[in-house]
Every structure is written in C-alpha cells, then in structure tokens.
Design a protein around this ligand. Sequence first.
Ligand code: COA
Length: 240
Amino acid sequence: MNSGTVIGDVEVSRHGDVAVLTLRREAKLNALSTHMESRLLDAVRSVNDSRAVVITGGDRVFSAGADTSELREMTPEAIAEYYRGSGAVYEAVAALPQPTIAAIAGYCLGGGFELALAADLRVADETAVFGLPEVGIGILPSSGGVTRLVRAVGPARTRDLVLRCRRMSVTEAHSWGLVTETTPAGSHLSTALEIAAELATQPPLAVSVAKQVITAATDASRETALLLEQLAYATLNRIG
Ligand code: COA
C-alpha cells in the first residue's frame, strides 16, 4: 500500500485500484466529530479514480460514533444545516459508484455503525462489537442507520437493537447478514483488500449500475424494480 495523503483525521491511500480511507483519531476511538466527518466527506470526494473503496478505523477500533462532546441542543435550522454539511458524508459513501467495504475491528458504535452500514459490504474481525447507544442518551440513530437497518434486517430486529441499545458480537452480526465476512483478529483489512481487489477487476459500469439497481429495488415496487433491471440490462448490453 502506498503511503497515504492525510486529510485532517482521515488518511487516503492506494492499494492498486483500491482506495483506502482510514479514520485516524484512535485516542478518541475515532469518534466522528463534525471536523472528522467533513474530512471524510472530502476524502470520499477524492477517490473518483478508484475502482473500489475500503473504509477502516485501523487495528483497534472502527469508530465509537458521534463525538459526544459536540452533542448539544441545536436549533432545527442548525440541524438541517448539519445534514447538508458534514452530516451528508453517510449518504455520500452510500452514493459512491464504486463498491465499498467497511473493514471493522473493535467498537463499531452509533455513527460508526451507521457509516459501516452505508458501505456495500462489511468485513469484521472477531474483536468487532456493534451497537447503537443513541436512544440511551435520549436521541436516535439519524445518519441513515434506522432506515438501512430496517431494510437489512426488518423492523423487529431493528427495534431489538435500537430500543434496547444492546451490543452485538461479530458472530451475531454475521448471523443477521450485517457482516459479510468475519476474520481472525487483525485480518479484517487484509481480507477487505482482497475482496476489494477482486471487485476492482469486474467491469466498473456493470458493478456500478448493478449496485444502483440493488439499492433502488429495496424500495421500489416489484414492477418498478423489474423494469429497472430490464432497462439497466438493455443499457449495459448496448454499451458492452
Ligand atoms: N465521542 C467523544 N469521545 C469519545 C467517544 C465519543 N463517542 N467515545 C470514546 N471517546 C473518548 C473518551 O472520552 C476517551 O477520551 P480521553 O482518553 O481523552 O478521556 C477515549 O475516547 C477513550 O474512551 P474510553 O471511554 O476511555 O474507552 P473505554 O474502552 O473505557 O470505553 C466505549 C469505550 C466505546 C464503551 C466508551 O468510550 C463509550 O461508551 N463511548 C461513547 C459511545 C457512544 O455513546 N457513541 C454514540 C454517541 S451518539
């Protein structure tokens, strides 16, 4: 892997066609301050020329979530402004045309879990711990976490996680389909890079269109989803 460019608390490095975005605020367990979210947004916007993207927090922790030192009462206007600004990073990750993989070790909580859920795939080592503690401090996951979880695991399991604020092991997260692949401790990044390199060899337009159709099919009616599949096929077949 080449040595990375550091954008604030986020390092951007390359591994062939794969871009790796590393959260580098370990002393604070990679807590997602608005500053860090902004830098991550810059980093996400800087990886256009890659064919797959891996997001990681390093060897010890993925992220302990939103920076609790910044949580305070905000006006509705300030909150709307936040979602238009640094808070847009979660949707920016989800909207990347390339396949994305979160490589997770240790705590993956709150906004950290929501960031991981915004990726296409999650590779986690045996130390990973997932959870959404927000309700316990009087708020709720609001960076797409509830929306994505309901679609991924259904409302009953989402209630179990969100309302009880309970933690989940990597084994349980894997059994729910939230983790794509589990690895021994310390192998999450190398495994994620292997999968990313494999994805990077696929035709990029087909990967990107298939990714968008899968996302759209989650919410569309059956008829609309089928039509989308067929139109996407016709487009790819014509170009290919
Ligand atoms: N925001 C800001 N700082 C955080 C943080 C967060 N979400 N999570 C951890 N940190 C900081 C701690 O304040 C501490 O900083 P310090 O050394 O300057 O005091 C450092 O990271 C290490 O955390 P610490 O709590 O000492 O580690 P731990 O191993 O004992 O506990 C956690 C780990 C994850 C259980 C605990 O830090 C925690 O519960 N964090 C908050 C998680 C949360 O509620 N996230 C969602 C917010 S909406």
